[in-house]
Design a protein around this ligand. Structure first.
Ligand code: ZN
Length: 543
């Protein structure tokens, strides 16, 4: 059986559904396949939300590949209220209950708190290779995009109440609308008391929510153009007909039976008369996507490292994070722990295998699927020619011998990397070397790290046995006699060990002490070739 890339299967399903439903067909004729996602910019945004963005943008890309009009729009839910005090920032407590778009930015140069945190992620989209159009839910409210749906919902708010009661199995008496108080600007502290067909009557008071106090103001106001907002589950449904959303999935936590999606699809269907977006139907939520767990507790505490979408690329290249999200079916959890031994090395090896399959250098039963994974993992254009692959570990060795990438590439060219390199292959090698340097800095275990010594210290000399010194002298003589490659060096090491009746492990230990001031290191023959004869001879001379 041919294995098919998950997003191709999803797009099959999306198109089949639209083509079977005249209402959806009409919507698509009007606005194309509108793929939508949204996020509250309350603070640092976790990489798990990024997983949803990657899923959505790939679906839109494949729809376009198939000749459909499709766009992916990510909206900042910046009209949502600030609902949790921020640790260590008591000066922000006064804004509790206000929209994120009305709260001052923690960093200068941004219109609001919401604008700052949304920009923090969107500034990274290029690095992640994301093709996204941006929107602001608050701007859409103000521009009147939601006015029609707002009237529909308020006119039929008892139907909305019934849906809540049916699902929660308890009375729901609120009019589901939050006015933005004309006096104190808070949206969370207002209670709507009446909808008269033109105005929402409201009171801003204590006790509406536990975490913010009202100002005591009461009045009436038109609900349109951003004067208020719907609570989240109602707002979710309200946006679908307003924007013409055809596709919108979300994390599986929103898709539990009786959760946000259950409510929103019923409101969409029964109150607004709009078919809920794929993967839901009017009666079934469909599946949400799984979590993206980073590192577990160990990493977040001991390394002081966040797993936010914006900050993770400082520790792991965005390209590899994207690859993880592309290759994993949305129904499976991503458990990523770059500090776990060999985890990143292995992921790079798998990425490289995918690349070999893409370029027809390796066969695989999953070739069709792997080629798609490779395509959608790219940031920018796909390489024109198969690159001179080097493993992350190999790149790390070169990167530790040569502090500049150009020198490291010259070293690699003594091995399997060709002497003539195209511009894109130089860029490829630079990228791999940068990734290796990042790995060495962030996660590589001690036994992968080394630095070539400038001199052999007296402490090191004291540690060397007579046999180790004699063997090292023979290596020196052998190197002086001519130029050698890894293979001839390797063979000579064993002859030297036999001659001096020294165990191989003892011999290697002595050589690593001389070259690296450590008892272990990367493969010795390769290391000697990489460091270069001159420098090795200078160190052996001192031993
Ligand atoms: Zn107020």
């Amino acid at each position: 059986m041919v294995s098919i890339f998950w997003a191709d299967k999803m797009v099959d399903d999306i198109i089949a559904r639209v083509e079977a439903d005249p209402t959806l067909q009409k919507l698509v004729e009007q606005g194309g396949y509108f793929v939508y996602d949204e996020k509250t910019p309350s603070g640092e945004i976790h990489i798990g939300s990024g997983r949803g963005w990657v899923i959505h943008e790939i679906l839109a890309k494949i729809l376009r590949e198939r000749g459909k009009k499709a766009v992916f729009v990510l909206s900042s839910d910046d009209h949502d209220p600030f609902d949790k005090p921020i640790k260590g920032k008591p000066e922000y407590d006064q804004y509790l209950g206000m929209s994120f778009r009305d709260i001052p930015s923690p960093v200068e140069g941004y219109k609001s708190w919401g604008h700052y945190y949304f920009a923090k992620v969107t500034d990274k989209f290029k690095e992640y290779g994301m093709d996204v159009e941006l929107a602001s839910t608050g701007d859409d409210y103000e521009a009147g995009v939601f006015n029609d749906a707002t009237k529909k919902i308020l006119d039929k708010y008892t139907d909305v109440q019934n849906i809540f009661e049916e699902i929660y199995e308890k009375p729901y008496e609120k009019i589901p609308f939050n006015v933005r108080c004309e006096n104190c600007k808070k949206v969370a502290t207002t209670l709507a008391t009446k909808w008269d067909g033109e105005f929402v009557h409201y009171e801003c008071k204590d006790g509406v929510v536990k975490w913010a106090n009202g100002c005591g103001h009461s009045g009436k106001i038109s609900p349109y153009n951003g004067n208020g907002k719907f609570p989240w589950k109602v707002e979710w449904a309200m946006k679908w007909p307003s924007k013409g959303v055809i596709v919108e999935t979300a994390g599986k936590d929103h898709f539990t039976k009786g959760g946000a999606r259950t409510i929103s699809i019923r409101i969409s269907d029964r109150v607004l008369g709009y078919p809920p977006p794929w993967p839901s139907t009017a009666t079934e939520e469909g599946p949400g996507y799984e979590f993206f767990n980073v590192g577990g507790k160990k990493m977040s505490t001991s390394k002081g490292m966040g797993s936010s979408f914006a900050e993770l690329p400082e520790h792991v290249p965005a390209k590899i994070l994207r690859y993880l999200m592309v290759r994993s079916k949305p129904s499976s959890v991503i458990d990523f722990d770059p500090s776990r031994k060999d985890d990143l090395l292995l992921i790079y090896d798998q990425y490289d295998m995918t690349e070999r399959v893409y370029f027809g250098k390796e066969e695989s039963e999953r070739a069709q699927e792997l080629k798609r994974i490779y395509e959608f993992s790219q940031i920018g254009p796909i390489l024109k020619e198969f690159p001179p692959q080097i493993t992350l570990r190999h790149a790390a060795v070169a990167a530790q011998i040569a502090s500049k990438n150009d020198d490291a590439i010259a070293l690699l060219q003594k091995g399997d990397v060709p002497a003539e390199l195209s511009k894109e292959h130089v860029a490829y090698l630079n990228e791999r070397l940068d990734a290796a340097r990042m790995w060495l800095r962030e996660f590589a275990p001690e036994n992968e790290k080394f630095s070539v010594q400038e001199t052999v210290s007296s402490e090191i000399k004291e540690q060397l046995t007579e046999k180790q010194q004699a063997a090292a002298a023979d290596v020196k003589t052998f190197l002086e006699a001519g130029d050698h490659d890894e293979q001839t060096l390797f063979e000579e090491f064993y002859k030297i060990c036999e001659k001096h009746e020294i165990k191989n492990s003892e011999f290697f230990k002595g050589m690593y002490l001389i070259l690296l001031a450590k008892t272990r290191g990367p493969k010795l023959a390769g290391l000697i070739v990489a460091i270069g004869k001159e420098k090795v001879l200078a160190l052996l001379e001192q031993a």
